[in-house]
Design a protein around this ligand. Sequence first.
Ligand SMILES: Cc1cc2nc3c(=O)[nH]c(=O)nc-3n(C[C@H](O)[C@H](O)[C@H](O)COP(=O)(O)OP(=O)(O)OC[C@H]3O[C@@H](n4cnc5c(N)ncnc54)[C@H](O)[C@@H]3O)c2cc1C
Ligand code: FES
Length: 269
Amino acid sequence: MSTTSQYDFEVMTNEQVAQDVWCMRCHTDLAALLSPGQFVNIQVPGNAAHVLRIPLSFSRTDAKARTLELVFAVVGEGTRRLSAMQAGQTSTMVGPCGKGWQLPTRKGRALLVAGGVGLPPIVACARMLTQAGVGFDAIVGAQTSDKHVDYLLDELRALAPCEGCDCARKVLVTTDDGSRGIRGFTTAAMRNMLAEHAYGTVYTCGPQPMMAGVAKLAASAGSDCQASLERMMGCGFGACSCCNVALASGGYALCCTDGPVFDAKEVAW
Ligand SMILES: Cc1cc2nc3c(=O)[nH]c(=O)nc-3n(C[C@H](O)[C@H](O)[C@H](O)COP(=O)(O)OP(=O)(O)OC[C@H]3O[C@@H](n4cnc5c(N)ncnc54)[C@H](O)[C@@H]3O)c2cc1C
Ligand code: FES
């Protein structure tokens, strides 16, 4: 495993890809060291008072070209300034941070469940599974149609189906308000999927209440479940103890070093 360290990056492109959602592609040597589900901690330039870095997962890396793709929602000052960074601008990011997705240990198809900007690490997970020859179905939810990141949905659909598998891949799209796809939460769609198929492992990233529901459904179906958690973060490498995750066994883990991906059974949801 690579040691966490600080790397320079240069913005290649930065463009809006959905309502309040941006995609930044950047050039950095860190790209060659990242595994799917890990994250980077970004210094956004331009405001000396804003000392905290922004933790972000990524949707794609290219180790050879040393490029990294981040997809992020603008929710506050840091992400607003990140969305304003222009091609050619430079800053630093810390990484590789945390533990990422694990390949399934249980046989069978995987089910991916993403909510909102939980989609980027789920797309990275889908690539990892495809490379390992593991088939998957996916459920991708957003509040409204405008918040869906279309190009990531297309990438999920376009990943090659697993070899020797004759079942067509399903990528179900949901919206809370019914403006696209199935109306309602991803968990309702998941309940229907579980009634039709058995899944070896469920991978999920999204709002905490959604992941709590996904973890519960996966457990009742006898599937393994890996969940990528979000916490407010400071350092991103285990030094400030501000990113606690309560454990089902009692005690706490650190989201930034023990996660962000956890075995859902270990988390006190
Ligand atoms: C491991 C990890 C991976 C992440 N990956 C992504 C990603 O791929 N795409 C993406 O859009 N976002 C991701 N996030 C969330 C992202 O880091 C926050 O949205 C960002 O730090 C907000 O910064 P800000 O200065 O814009 O907002 P602030 O002004 O700091 O906060 C605005 C709002 O966002 C909430 N918020 C701030 N930080 C976090 C956080 N770490 N987790 C949850 N809510 C937060 C605050 O409570 C507040 O309501 C990730 C977070 C973690 C911990
Ligand atoms: S963010 Fe500092 S310990 Fe996790």
